[in-house]
Write a protein that binds this ligand. Structure first.
Ligand code: MRU
Length: 369
């Protein structure tokens, strides 16, 4: 997608140095646009853990490139396979909730295992990393097309007045390689001149909504308004939301959806007010081993500072200010689980299905039980 009118992906291999991966360091957005150069698996693990990159699809693509950087390092070691196993464990330990992380690492390990020599393995790791990134972009583009049909349908029922869409956190192109999941239908609608307005929740405590979603929508000229997270229910009661579209970090094969903390409350409010609640996701975010999201999905708990502080930009640099008593204990769950029965539908690269096992498997029949 675009930054100041120029096309960017969120991650790519440096054109004139194949040993380096470049990525947009999201910690400084929306104030500063910084490109980071990553040359080791250690640096990639740090970039994922410290959220220079974040969002399910991008975490997966970063892990894919991380394994490629590990393969470059493994070429200089005695045992290629031991080195890759260590890198896989290091990357896997960075963030627990987004299933795209382990999905990308497993895909790399399986593909690399088919090659014989270290040179071949390194070449396979590079091809696989590029394939994961390209597929992520293409799947998000397809989500945009399926979501556009949905938006047209709801807009038609609304007599084509401007459609009010609410989204939470950032499931935009910054959370993937390109297009985004929840935002792909929004960008497709904008490109089709469909009148549309987006409510953007700020998404405390890290404010991915106000820092990232508002910024990327603004870069694409999409009409949007920032709201406090707690305003979502109020807007739904007033009939000011026609459709909710969010992303997911992991969805079980039975349709339970883990997404940024606060999503569950929005789904409850949507149900109570008859507002359609859709989740947009590439199939790389479906966990084919997990059924019960509440019992099985690991929920990341993050540091107290995120809740106790607010950060922002002042005189050209990022500063944090204390907004809570120093001594108060903090709980900081990063994600929650919305049961499938609260979800109207899942928008995937293959089309839209209901959030239940039968409907999900009907779109992905190759996923044997
Ligand atoms: O903690 P983050 O920023 O990596 O969380 C991920 C998210 O941005 C959201 O949960 C998003 O809605 C789903 S990821 C596409």
């Amino acid at each position: 997608m675009k930054v100041s009118g120029k096309h960017f992906r969120t991650i790519w291999r440096k054109p004139d140095d194949e040993r380096v991966v470049q990525l947009i360091d999201q910690r400084f957005l929306p104030h500063d646009f910084v490109i980071e150069e990553v040359g080791t698996v250690e640096q990639m693990a740090t970039a994922i853990r410290e959220m220079h990159v974040r969002g399910a699809g991008l975490i997966g693509a970063s892990a894919g490139y991380g394994m490629y950087l590990a393969a470059l390092e493994a070429m200089r070691q005695n045992s290629f396979d031991d080195c890759m196993a260590r890198a896989a464990a290091q990357l896997r330990a960075t963030r627990p909730t987004a299933v795209n992380l382990s999905w990308a690492i497993e895909r790399q390990l399986q593909n690399i295992a088919t090659a014989k020599t270290a040179d071949e393995k390194m070449a396979v790791a590079l091809r696989t990393a590029e394939m994961i990134a390209d597929e992520d972009a293409e799947h998000c583009r397809m989500i945009g097309q399926h979501g556009l049909a949905l938006i047209r349908q709801i807009a038609g029922a609304n007599h084509n007045r401007a459609l009010n869409v609410l989204t939470h956190c950032n499931a935009g192109w910054l959370a993937f390689v390109d297009y985004g999941s929840a935002t792909a239908p929004i960008y497709a609608a904008q490109d089709s001149d469909l009148p549309l307005h987006v409510w953007v929740t700020e998404t405390r405590p890290r404010n991915q909504g106000s820092k990232l979603t508002a910024w990327e929508l603004g870069q694409h000229g999409v009409s949007h308004t920032l709201i406090a997270d707690s305003a979502a229910g109020h807007l739904m009661q007033r009939g000011e939301v026609d459709l909710v579209i969010v992303g997911t970090d992991r969805t079980t094969y039975a349709g339970d959806v883990a997404n940024k903390i606060g999503t569950y409350l929005e789904a409850l409010a949507a149900k109570a007010n008859d507002v359609p609640f859709y989740v947009a996701l590439p199939s790389s975010s479906i966990d084919w081993k997990m059924r019960d999201g509440l019992k099985e999905i690991p929920i990341e708990q993050r540091g107290a500072e995120e809740v106790k502080n607010a950060d922002g930009w002042r005189e050209g640099r990022q500063i944090a200010v204390r907004i809570a008593p120093d001594t108060s204990p903090v709980s900081n769950y990063g994600f929650d689980v919305t049961p499938g029965e609260l979800v109207t539908g899942l928008v995937t690269e293959r089309g839209i299905c209901e959030a239940n096992e039968e409907s999900i498997r009907s779109l992905f029949p190759e996923q044997a039980r």
